[in-house]
Ligand binder design. Structure first.
Ligand code: KG4
Ligand code: ZN
Length: 338
């Protein structure tokens, strides 16, 4: 089954063709990052306009690259939530038009379920159940992936997402948006221990997380140093900050894994590209005798292929939509796709 997959929830327009949820035939991405960089973050209005300009050409490009015709598309999958509402609407509208004109099913896919499914593309042997640590720009949670479309949230951030904190701290350190990857690179040249930063405990559920205190502590530290005219060793601060984020995420992931009894731990989302988190996950999982699944860097960030992968399994579960499908800025990953 060949799925044309569309993703437009933030600042990447992406169209992919995926076969049977596991094989990427082509994965075309048009990034708007350079456009938003001058504003220090994504400008929703600009994002929507750029998606609408790019999406049709990308779909044609995807077909050309895969050597397929429109008639060979069996279904159209699309991110319908969550994201910048104007941006998501562009993808949903395009997907509806494509499905209607081709006479094929329309499959709504939750963006975060898509991130989790990036692991199916990277690891053809991976099947649920497994535990997934989801760390993206907008979400941070521990998900019990009981089956391809049946999930349970075991823990979540009670305030900021990990990616949001990376980006904010990077911005205060004058790194260009989105700063997570740049901060990671600087951290790799740094030494830990110079800047003590907090590891917060959050609420009654030991698997819940909090990052806003860490973010504020790091930003205050930078501002205070600047006010006093003290030099900051940026590499060392980045290393200490990355360590604090990882120390918040990884022990909870291992605790959650123990609780489920699973021996499979997957990681998903843009922040899954972080070198410190990847290293800590590998070490902790080895100690626990668990297998680790981490998508390659290009499948960690937003892409269309992950939507095609999850779309296939949503289709098998009967989660198809009609032409009344709407887009949603927020939506839980739980339950039915609609
Ligand atoms: O999953 P994603 O592409 O978009 C959302 O669905 O939010 O995640 C984007 C986030 C951004 O906050 C970006 O700075 C962060 O992932 N990111 C990283 C790294 N690469 C991307 N954060 C830390 N270290 C990295 N290497
Ligand atoms: Zn994403």
């Amino acid at each position: 089954m060949i799925v044309l997959a569309v993703e437009s929830s933030c600042d990447e327009t992406a169209v992919a063709l995926v076969e049977d949820g596991r094989r990427v035939l082509t994965d075309c991405i048009s990034s708007q990052v350079d456009l938003h960089r001058i504003y220090g973050g994504v400008v929703p209005e600009i994002a929507s306009r750029k998606h609408i300009e790019a999406i049709y050409g990308l779909a044609d490009q995807a077909l050309r690259e895969a050597g397929l015709t429109r008639g060979q598309i069996d279904a159209v999958a699309v991110t319908y939530a969550p994201g910048l509402i104007g941006a998501v609407l562009v993808g949903v509208n395009f997907a509806k038009a494509a499905a209607l004109s081709l006479g094929v099913p329309l499959i709504p896919v939750h963006h975060i379920r898509g991130h989790i499914a990036a692991n199916y593309l990277a690891y053809p042997e991976l099947e649920p159940p497994f535990l997934c640590l989801v760390v993206s720009g907008g979400h941070t949670m521990l998900v019990d992936v009981a089956d391809y479309t049946k999930m349970k949230i075991l823990g979540t951030t009670l305030d900021d997402a990990a990616g949001e904190c990376f980006d904010k701290v990077a911005r205060v350190l004058d790194m260009p948006y989105p700063g997570g990857a740049a901060l990671d690179r600087r951290a790799q040249a740094g030494r830990e221990g110079r800047y003590p930063l907090p590891r917060a405990r959050a609420g009654a559920n030991p698997l819940d997380m909090s990052f806003s205190g860490l973010k504020t502590a790091a930003i205050n530290l930078i501002h205070n140093a600047r006010q006093k005219g003290e030099e900051i060793v940026v590499e060392d601060l980045c290393a200490d900050f990355s360590a604090a984020v990882s120390d918040t995420l990884v022990p909870r992931a291992m605790e959650a894994l123990k609780g489920t009894g699973y021996k499979k731990l997957a990681v998903a989302g843009g922040v899954a590209a972080n070198s410190r988190i990847r290293r800590d996950i590998l070490a902790a999982a080895e100690q626990a005798g668990a297998a680790v699944y981490m998508p390659p860097l290009k499948l960690c960030g937003d892409n269309g292929a992950m939507i095609g992968a999850q779309g296939y399994y949503e289709y098998l579960a009967g989660h198809v939509a009609d032409m009344s499908l709407n887009a949603y800025a927020t939506k839980s990953i739980l339950g039915e796709a609609l």
